[in-house]
Design a protein around this ligand. Structure first.
Ligand SMILES: [Zn+2]
Length: 237
């Protein structure tokens, strides 16, 4: 893999500068502030996560340190990365922060077109489209998420599962898988039932989705050990 192929701009192929006929170079438009701004806007990252970076992701325990290292590698190697990430852990440990940090770093340093999706919001929008007078179809709504070069699907399993929810999810993931698109997912549900007898991820999303995720993603497990004690009062996404 040569240096330039790790970048995504088709004009400069990641070099960041373009050569003029006289041999001098000018900055490529992919590095202009305007381009970075428009790519950021197109990413649809919610305001509260705009400043999430790897640098301000605070690894307070070993699992967070490992997770941060995985995120860093992902950004460094992009687009020579062959699996997405399934970031699993309890509420409030920084799963969304890590996922969004990867998007922000890739937008700013590699010009990657990325997209953020809150899974519950997506379902709400699809459901709203079933009403009379809606000019959007389910297909119109889901299309950008099928095509995005890199997608963060946040809060997988947050919604009460139904056959319909599982179908939407499987359809989206399966299409992305077949198109070779990578996906980063976050979820509060784990493969093992928790000590309070909570549901497993598989029970939540269904076996077909769970098995598709195994093929698409590297599992990144974050545990809350030490975290709550130190940061009880601090809100993390
Ligand atoms: Zn460029």
């Amino acid at each position: 893999m040569n240096e330039t192929s790790e970048e995504t701009c088709p004009l400069c192929r990641g070099f960041g500068r373009l050569e003029r006929p006289d041999g001098s170079t000018v900055p490529c438009e992919c590095r202009s502030e305007e381009m970075v701004r428009s790519r950021r806007a197109a990413a649809r990252i919610p305001e509260r996560y705009r400043n999430c970076r790897l640098q301000n992701f605070n690894p307070l325990n070993d699992s967070l340190k490992k997770a941060k290292a995985v995120g860093k590698r992902f950004v460094e190697h992009w687009p020579a990365v062959d699996a997405g990430l399934l970031i699993s852990g309890p509420v409030g440990v920084g799963k969304t922060h890590l996922a969004v940090a990867i998007l922000n770093e890739l937008v700013d340093t590699k010009g990657t077109p990325v997209l953020f999706c809150d899974f519950s919001d997506l379902l709400d929008r699809i459901q709203a489209s079933f009403g009379k007078g809606s000019d959007e179809s389910q297909d119109d709504i889901v299309a950008p998420y099928r095509d995005a070069e890199l997608l963060v699907l946040d809060e997988l399993g947050a919604r009460r599962p139904s056959d319909w929810v599982r179908e939407v999810l499987y359809g989206l993931l399966n299409t992305r898988y077949n198109r070779g698109r990578l996906t980063i997912l976050t979820t509060n549900f784990a493969d093992e039932p928790d000590t309070r007898g909570g549901e497993t991820l598989e029970a939540r999303v269904g076996a077909p989705v769970r098995s598709r995720l195994y093929e698409m993603c590297q599992l990144v497990t974050i545990d809350a050990e030490d975290f709550r004690k130190k940061h009880r009062a601090k809100a993390f996404g």
